[in-house]
Design a protein around this ligand. Structure first.
Ligand code: NAI
Length: 808
């Protein structure tokens, strides 16, 4: 009888194509494929609209998997480059003058728009570049959104985290074809976050997703001229580099062109960052888990057809396991599938263009000529389109051309070593230094080797892992500058004392009014109804209070506004139980926690008028101050959404030979008693930092003005906050605080109120030696120096030191 495993061995894959209908429609709408544009062509995106190129020249965009033309785009000439730079210059004062929070909102909107258009972008990218839909859908596009989210955070934090620094000015960005939209994100997100304006030139082979992104920028409502996209080949790139009114060039591409740009910009005062090629080592020690290594190699060199600057293109393997690993690799290669990129079941798509295919073929022939042994799987690639099979070279000498030159294709060259010292020597034996990966089960060995490799990124037992929070960039001929993380932001900033450098005008930070209030409707809404009775918010639900007698909340003029639950010991107990049950929150990523805080902010912002009216009715503070409070609460939520993936630890220089990793960890369940004045902002200012770093919370809102917090119930319910992460109990603040401080399952207690109750909280906390933060002096919660920042994050975390010695 045939077994299931036999069926799996023999079963042929059927095609599983992703539909290209939407992308084709988009292209047709924009002039591709006999569309309606002027002569079937795209325009340039300059000053917020599509313009015809003054050059009058266009060129074809080809789908490398079908060799069919899918669009025509302009070849921008000097007048076009000048116009784009002028548009960016004109937009600079307004954009750089916006408060960081306003730019954060725009970048956040871009992230959301990218997610909304994810399918179109993934298919378009695949059609334009030839890479598999699996990669564009699961890696490129999600990472694009991630970059905009992360950098929305840096925009929000810019004034505090990069105090004394200003944007550089107008930035020219030139990107390659291997990750077309991802490179847009790596370049554009930090530049815009920091307050620069941009002229972007995508690669000539792959301009389409950059153009789609320009449309997204317009949809998201960014001011005209903040981002301009001009298409063209290297000539357009060179014009942009030479343009006198550009303050910085950011380039990713070949080392050759990087060198040309370094020379061209020398002495011009232009700031420069270069992310260039690589020939990255993939080092396998004899104790590595070889099956994981095989999958690692697939990701290192056959991912994106090997057209990856940090591809693990040199396999350096301990001679004791070399033969076994090569046998396993060949077996795996035999099972890889090369085919139409839109087929969801293929592993490798097409090579970007004939010129690249020729380059790969040429270098492979050279490898054979120089005496290495070449191996390819037995199956054949599709004949239509530019395909190349996965290829493995063995018996390669370290000085061979294929061991030294970046092939930028699915070609792996294997060499062996005997000792870790020899592995490091081989690893460093190229002019490059972009990335490396090290495979061993021995952490001491891994951490001994990692610092010795000349590379900007070292991956231990993994490869090709990227994230917006971590800088990426090279050593040596792989370039300089970093993209991502705090270090990446500095590439787009200059210190204020450095104003004279370049031609940027970062000093004129005229605040453009109203930009941070885009989501607010302009007409006032009537006061909300006054006859509501609010429950508690426990375990993600509105929970009936234990006591049957509600507490009346009255306006300053004595009017009854609403009723809230009178919380007691039992309500607190339930809330603590819910908070404890939700502690999985601590293990979610900072990215996830940030997303949820952003979402709360977004939902709160859309109800600004309603919240402001409620606060005014409760406190009598006046409509303007009430509105300012809601705005500040939205901004504060943005602040902690930003911090969620940025409050990173440190590596301490201790006395061991090794690293001591200082990790910020959440404390656990935090009880919070919010201050009385500024009832929404005070509440948000304490709850947001606590949950941003992974704590769960039981919060007691302002006792006399609790309605801003109870109104939040419905905001929390619609903002994906997991049940139990934020619990709210209303009632007598001091009594409930004492109950929380006594509770043995509460790990920290924050109290903002009067001195007597604060002392009571501190005394009661000794029960389980919980951490307390008790204050009775007034803070101005509207002042960011007093109301937000690292102080709050420090209170919300505890540091764990992890020591990792190096060496064998
Ligand atoms: P390239 O470096 O020529 O192109 C990258 C970008 O620079 C494109 O947008 C191009 O139009 C622009 N450019 C070209 N000449 C320019 C100039 N003189 N001034 C300003 N901009 C200019 O890379 P290409 O020709 O597409 O690929 C050639 C080789 O470069 C590949 O085989 C690969 O080895 C390497 N490469 C490395 C990349 C990386 O990420 N490190 C990316 C792309 C290519």
């Amino acid at each position: 009888m045939t077994t299931v495993s036999e069926i799996f061995q023999t079963m042929a894959y059927g095609p599983a194509p992703e539909s290209d209908k939407q992308a084709r429609e988009w292209l047709a709408k924009h002039g591709g494929e006999g569309g309606v544009g002027a002569g079937g062509e795209f325009g340039l995106f300059v000053g917020g609209s599509w313009v015809k190129p003054a050059s009058g020249e266009w060129f074809d965009v080809i789908n490398p998997a079908t060799t069919q033309r899918i669009a025509r785009v302009p070849q921008a000439g000097k007048a076009d480059v000048d116009a784009a730079v002028a548009a960016a210059r004109a937009a600079f004062p307004g954009w750089s003058g916006l408060p960081g929070h306003a730019r954060a909102r725009y970048l956040y909107a871009l992230a959301r728009e990218v997610q909304r258009h994810a399918r179109l972008l993934a298919v378009l990218e695949s059609m334009d570049n030839g890479k598999s839909i699996r990669e564009t859908r699961d890696l490129d596009i999600p990472l694009v959104a991630r970059h905009f989210y992360h950098h929305a955070g840096w925009a929000q934090l810019q004034e505090s985290e990069f105090a004394g620094a200003t944007p550089v000015g107008v930035v020219g960005q030139i990107i390659p074809w291997n990750f077309p939209l991802l490179m847009v994100a790596w370049k554009v997100a930090p530049a815009l976050a920091a307050g620069n304006t941009v002229v972007l030139k995508p690669a000539e082979f792959t301009p389409l997703t950059a153009l789609a992104f320009a449309e997204i920028v317009a949809e998201a409502g960014l001011p005209p001229g903040v981002l301009n996209v001009i298409t063209g080949d290297g000539r357009t790139g060179a014009l942009l580099v030479d343009q006198a009114d550009v303050d910085k060039i950011a380039f990713t591409g070949s080392t050759e062109v990087g060198r040309v740009i370094r020379k061209a910009t020398a002495g011009s005062g232009k700031k420069l960052s270069l992310e260039l090629g690589g020939k990255s080592p993939f080092i396998v020690f004899d104790d590595a888990d070889l099956d994981s290594v095989v999958e690692g190699v697939v990701d290192a060199i056959w991912f994106n057809q090997g057209q990856v600057c940090c591809a693990g293109s040199r396999l350096l393997v301990h001679e004791g396991v070399a033969e076994r690993l090569v046998a396993k690799l060949r077996a795996r290669m035999e099972k890889l599938r090369v085919g139409p990129p839109l087929d969801k079941a293929i592993d490798m798509g097409a090579i970007v263009a004939p010129v690249q295919l020729e380059r790969i073929r040429g270098l492979v022939s050279k490898g054979v000529e120089e005496g290495a042994t070449m191996w390819q799987p037995s199956w054949a690639c599709p004949t239509e389109g530019y395909f190349y099979p996965p290829t493995l070279f063995t018996d390669v000498s370290p000085a061979a051309t294929i061991a030294q030159v970046e092939i930028f294709g699915p070609v792996l060259v294997a060499m062996s070593f005997r000792t870790p010292k020899e592995a490091v020597e081989l690893a460093n034996n190229t002019p490059y230094g972009l990335a490396a990966s090290v495979w061993t089960e021995n952490i001491n060995l891994a951490l001994d080797v990692a610092p010795k490799i000349k590379a900007g990124v070292v991956w231990i037992n993994c490869t090709n892992v990227f994230d917006a929070a971590s800088g990426f960039g090279g050593y040596r001929e792989s370039g300089f500058g970093r993209e991502g993380g705090r270090e990446g932001m500095w590439e787009y900033l200059k210190l204020q004392w450095d104003e004279g450098r370049g031609t940027g005008d970062g000093s004129k930070r005229s605040v453009a009014k109203g930009a941070s209030r885009r989501t607010r409707p302009s007409s006032p809404v009537p006061l909300p109804p006054i006859d509501r009775t609010y429950k508690m918010f426990i375990g993600g639900k509105q929970a009936r209070p234990d006591a049957p007698y509600p507490r009346a909340i009255v306006a300053p003029d004595g009017r009854r506004l609403a009723e809230v639950g009178e919380g007691n010991r039992k309500d607190v107990r339930n809330a603590v139980e819910a908070a404890r049950a939700a502690e999985g929150w601590a293990h979610t990523t900072g990215h996830t926690r940030g997303q949820i805080l952003y979402y709360i902010a977004e939902n709160l912002a859309t109800r600004t008028d309603e919240f402001a009216a409620r606060i005014d009715a409760m406190t009598g503070c006046g409509p303007e101050r009430a509105r300012a409070e809601v705005d500040a609460a939205v901004s504060r939520l943005f602040t902690y959404a930003s911090w969620a993936d940025k409050y990173d630890g440190q590596v301490h220089p201790t006395t061991i030979r090794g690293v001591t990793l200082a990790m910020n960890e959440p404390i656990g369940v935090v009880g919070i008693a919010a201050p009385e004045d500024l009832p929404l902002l005070g509440f948000v200012s304490l709850v947001a930092p606590a949950v941003a770093v992974g704590n769960t919370v039981v919060a007691i809102p302002s006792e006399i003005h609790p309605l801003a917090a109870t109104e939040l119930y419905s905001v929390l319910e619609t903002s994906d906050v997991p049940a139990g992460v934020m619990n709210i109990v209303t009632g007598s603040k001091d009594e409930l605080s004492k109950v929380l401080a006594d509770h043995l399952d509460v790990d920290a207690m924050w109290y903002f109120g009067n001195q007597v109750a604060a002392a009571e909280v501190e005394r009661a906390s000794a029960g389980n030696m919980k951490r307390t933060w008790a204050e009775w002096h007034a803070r101005d919660w509207l002042d960011p120096h007093q109301g937000e920042g690292r102080e709050f994050l420090r209170e919300a975390t505890q540091v764990k030191n992890i020591w990792i010695p190096y060496g064998e």
